[in-house]
Each structure stands twice: as structure tokens, then as C-alpha cells.
Design a protein around this ligand. Structure first.
Ligand code: SAM
Length: 286
């Protein structure tokens, strides 16, 4: 099995560094808050995946393992769930929660290149873990190999940022004060790489999947449930491009960024709950 780290020519070395050194530790620290924010989307996608007791499921880009645990409960003791991810700190967090589930195991590996054996899984699932491949067509060709006859894949990915105020609103507030890094191309690896659903469908078909379908899932996300207003601002500033701006800002700029984000997000508060819109695609393919 190809483990991350050794190969110089690792096509996703940049993402591996990012998810091990920058984003991973942050996701671990904010794991519960991030999970409760996106859990409804993941559950809706999982309900569509048709996961049944006894099945073998691959969870791609499983991160801190919340979906892997859900999947393990769905397949039961007779099934198997294998979470694969680039990030060592996120997998350590995942393992720490995966107690009493012998059917669940994790591997640190690149989903684009890892060899998991032909026909070894009945289902592939991913919650926001498949938009980071340097070569998505190669990655999905690799993943398709692991599906057994009759197997299927279901994943959820973000629609365009303009339809995701939870990310766009704090991002726009920050962009008024800081020159934000733009992705090199609209489809560059990152959270919005699969926003163009027809293009994503084409990638899946080119990599050998059939019966590709997608469905729009639009829902209000509860951001930072139970947090104070000040914690909500700090939380919003750690997500996405705002996080990079904060890391590089001096004390004065940080203060101004906090004020700007507070002004931008507080209008979305209702009874002290911050609820912001989101739009994702649920893809399914055979
Ligand atoms: C947005 S996070 C989602 C994590 C998790 N699925 C969740 O919903 O909480 C993206 C995850 O994909 C992983 N990832 C990115 N590129 C990957 C690759 N090529 N192979 C495996 N995992 C990858 C990251 O390490 C990270 O854990």
C-alpha cells in the first residue's frame, strides 16, 4: 500500500503539507464545531448512499473520522469501514474517537494513488474530501478500481462560493482589508474545485464511472453552536482564506479583521444562533 511521505513525486505533496501542518491541527482543535456545522449535509448524503449492514465502505478524505464512525455504525460488526486520509493529526483524532468499533480502521494515504485492491469495497463515501486531488480524473480512476461489481460512490462537495455565505461573507469582509490569495484557476484543488457540476460529472465519466447523477442540497448551517459572539468571530476567522490572512496579520490588523467579520456575520444571528446559507452537490455514480 502506498503510504504518504516517501515518494518525492507525490502529486498531492502540497495538499499533504497543508493538511498535515496547517489545516489539520486547526481542524482537530475545532473538530466538534466543524462537524456539527456540516453534519446535516453529510447525513443527507449518507442516507442517499444506500449503506447497509455487512457492507465494506471506503471513506475518502475521512479527516477526523466523524463520518467513518457513522458509517461503521451503519454497516455493523459484520461490515468494514476504511477511512483514508492524507492528514496524520486528523487521523490521530479519528482513531481516538473510534473506540469499540472493530469494523473501523484508518490509513494515512493519498486517495489518488493508494492501492486498496480491486473490487474490495461495496461503497465509496466522502464528505468534502475529494476536491483536493491534483489530477481528479486519475484519482477517480484509482478509486473506481476498488468498487466491487454493483458498487457505488456517493460524495458531497461545495457549490460555488457565492452560494455559500457561511464562507463568502467572512471572506468578503476580510478581503476589504487584505489582499486575498486567489486560486490559480477556478478548478484548482480546494473546497470549490467541483462547483461546476457538469464539469465534475465529466471527470467522473472520463474516469470510468457510469450513472453519474447530482442533486443540489441547500441548507442553513448553524455556525459555532453554543459559542459566544466573540468566539463566533474567532471561529469564522479561522475558516478558509480568512485563516491565512489572520496567520499573517499583525496585532493591529487582527483587531480590524475581527471588527470587520463581526459586522459582517452578526446580521445573520437569530436568538444568538448564527445560521448561514450553504449549497452543496451530492454526487452519486456506479
Ligand atoms: C474538508 S476536509 C473534510 C474532512 C472530513 N471528510 C469531514 O467531513 O470532516 C478534507 C479532507 O480531505 C483530506 N484529503 C485531501 N486530499 C486528499 C487526498 N489526496 N487523499 C486523501 N485525503 C485527502 C484532507 O486531509 C482532509 O482531511
Amino acid at each position: 500500500m502506498a503510504e504518504v511521505g516517501a515518494a518525492q513525486e507525490d502529486p498531492n505533496a502540497q495538499q499533504a503539507a497543508y493538511w498535515n501542518e496547517v489545516a489539520g491541527p486547526k481542524w482537530v482543535q475545532l473538530s466538534q464545531a466543524i462537524n456539527s456545522q456540516i453534519e446535516p449535509i453529510g447525513r443527507a448524503a449518507m442516507d442517499r448512499a444506500g449503506v447497509e449492514p455487512g457492507q465494506r465502505v471506503l471513506d475518502v478524505g475521512c479527516g477526523c473520522g466523524h463520518t467513518s464512525i457513522d458509517l461503521a455504525q451503519r454497516v455493523g460488526a459484520e461490515g468494514e469501514v476504511h477511512g483514508v486520509d492524507l492528514s496524520d493529526p486528523m487521523l490521530a483524532e479519528a482513531r481516538s474517537h473510534a473506540v469499540g468499533l472493530p469494523q473501523l480502521h484508518f490509513t494515512q494515504a493519498d486517495g489518488q494513488t493508494v492501492d486498496l485492491g480491486e473490487g474490495a469495497y461495496d461503497r465509496i463515501f466522502s464528505r468534502f474530501g475529494v476536491m483536493f486531488f491534483a489530477d481528479p480524473e486519475a484519482a477517480f480512476r484509482n478509486l473506481r478500481r476498488v468498487l466491487a461489481p454493483g458498487g457505488s460512490m456517493t460524495f458531497v462537495c461545495w457549490q460555488e462560493i457565492g452560494k455559500n455565505p457561511w464562507m463568502a461573507v467572512p471572506g468578503a469582509a476580510v478581503a476589504k482589508l487584505v489582499d486575498m490569495q486567489k486560486p490559480p484557476t477556478p478548478h484548482a484543488p480546494g473546497p470549490f474545485a467541483f462547483a461546476d457540476a457538469e464539469r465534475t460529472k465529466g471527470i467522473l465519466e472520463a474516469s470510468g464511472f457510469s450513472g453519474v447523477e447530482y442533486e443540489s442540497l441547500e441548507t442553513g448551517l448553524t455556525i459555532g453552536e453554543g459559542m459566544t459572539r466573540s468566539e463566533l468571530v474567532d471561529f469564522s476567522l479561522q475558516m478558509g482564506p480568512a485563516g491565512a490572512a489572520m496567520r499573517e496579520a499583525d496585532e493591529d490588523l487582527r483587531g480590524r479583521l475581527r471588527d470587520a467579520v463581526a459586522q459582517a456575520i452578526f446580521p445573520f444571528l437569530t436568538d444568538d444562533r448564527l445560521v448561514m446559507g450553504s449549497a452543496a452537490w451530492v454526487f452519486s455514480a456506479r
